[in-house]
Write a protein that binds this ligand. Sequence first.
Ligand SMILES: Cc1cc2nc3c(=O)[nH]c(=O)nc-3n(C[C@H](O)[C@H](O)[C@H](O)COP(=O)(O)OP(=O)(O)OC[C@H]3O[C@@H](n4cnc5c(N)ncnc54)[C@H](O)[C@@H]3O)c2cc1C
Length: 427
Amino acid sequence: MIISRRSFLKLAGSAAAVGAVSGCATSGSRGAGGHVVVVGGGFGGAACAKYIRYFDPSVKVTLVDAALSNYYTCPFSNLVLAGDMKMDEIKVSFEALKNKHGVTLVEDHVDGVDADARIVKLKSGKTLSYDRLVLSPGIQLNYEKIAGYSKAVSKKLPHAWKAGAQTVTLRKQLEAMPDGGTFLMIAPPNPYRCPPGPYERACMVADYFKRHKPKSKVVILDPKDKFSKQGLFVEAWDTLYPGMVDWVSPERGGVVASVDAASMTVKTKDGDTIKADVINVIPPMQAGKIVTASGLADDKGWAPVNQRSFESSKAKNIYVIGDSCIAGPVPKSGYGANSEAKVAASAIVQSLNDAELIVPKWVNTCYSYVSAQDAISVAGVYELDAEGKIIEVKGSGGVSAKGGKNWKAEAVYAKGWYEGIRDDTWG
Ligand SMILES: Cc1cc2nc3c(=O)[nH]c(=O)nc-3n(C[C@H](O)[C@H](O)[C@H](O)COP(=O)(O)OP(=O)(O)OC[C@H]3O[C@@H](n4cnc5c(N)ncnc54)[C@H](O)[C@@H]3O)c2cc1C
């Protein structure tokens, strides 16, 4: 069968839209070429770089990340905290992007974007010019939104919301904590990276305590009235860790006023002072700094985009994906970022080839471990409505059944998901 370039691009695009592409052709398409610079080698950026090369090998792709030799995945980092996995197991290699897919790798920090001149400025003093730019820098943490907290204080009161050194610090603090101590987590307000993440962390810390420090407690101070997979998490706390986990809603005084690293205390807006042995502060967050500094965010700190292509609503030829962008109901997850990356990759190749944009669909599944052997999940499928906004497909997705019957099987699926998405993104 002879496939014209136009139909190849359509085919490639529709495959991308369902979030997982197998056996894509890497040759046969001879497109218009061009240079795409991708900033950020995480779930969004790496997948986008790889899939642009899949869809059109004539396009040169340069991936810039400040942490190319040190990228650790946040997924499964809560298992590292519990001592069930090692840091090495969540570390990612970029070799296949370079050697298998022909992506040019640059380890550097992007300090600025000149959208008119189509140039990115690197910390090393070099510049890179682009035809299309993809920004997938993840999140920046707004430390100063919590009185007493700062980047410096986070060395003592870790957030561990970017996997790496912070994960190691928090793990060491849990190991050093006495039996009978208190682990206190300050959960973030919406929207934030990985909606079920704080509650998975509470489970995994409780699981570690149950095995090693059974008199200890987990307290979650939360500014939100409800959270992702709440019924399932509460069921897990009640059945697996009875009396150990205390989720403090705003109504019960969960809103934090300040933290004090010297006395290891947290003051709530209701006037209570809580002392803890380990304090895990997950502060409010917004789009990665390069996005906000480049004027691509809205007044809430996230990047509005054309939801069919992920091109910025504020600058032409710049695409924002992953945690930084506003993708409607698609959660800020690694799976979501990977799914958005393929849609953006397709849109970029279509635009470089003057071809029509595909009509995408997105998928997301977030697994959360509730113990080392049990997991729960939430899944969704998304499409565009008549106005071009992403909406959840009616009747799609849902959450795991209550009662714990499938939790062991879901823990196995979760491992499979992790291996699969790592391979799809960086392999
Ligand atoms: C505890 C926890 C558990 C999680 N579990 C899951 C899960 O089970 N499933 C799931 O799907 N998601 C999970 N997530 C969410 C997931 O980690 C994020 O949604 C995902 O990493 C977002 O991808 P991204 O590409 O937007 O950003 P990232 O993966 O954070 O990548 C951003 C990259 O950009 C680089 N960068 C930033 N700015 C610059 C710059 N100016 N110059 C150069 N490089 C730059 C950074 O070094 C980084 O490597 C979890 C998150 C947490 C915190």
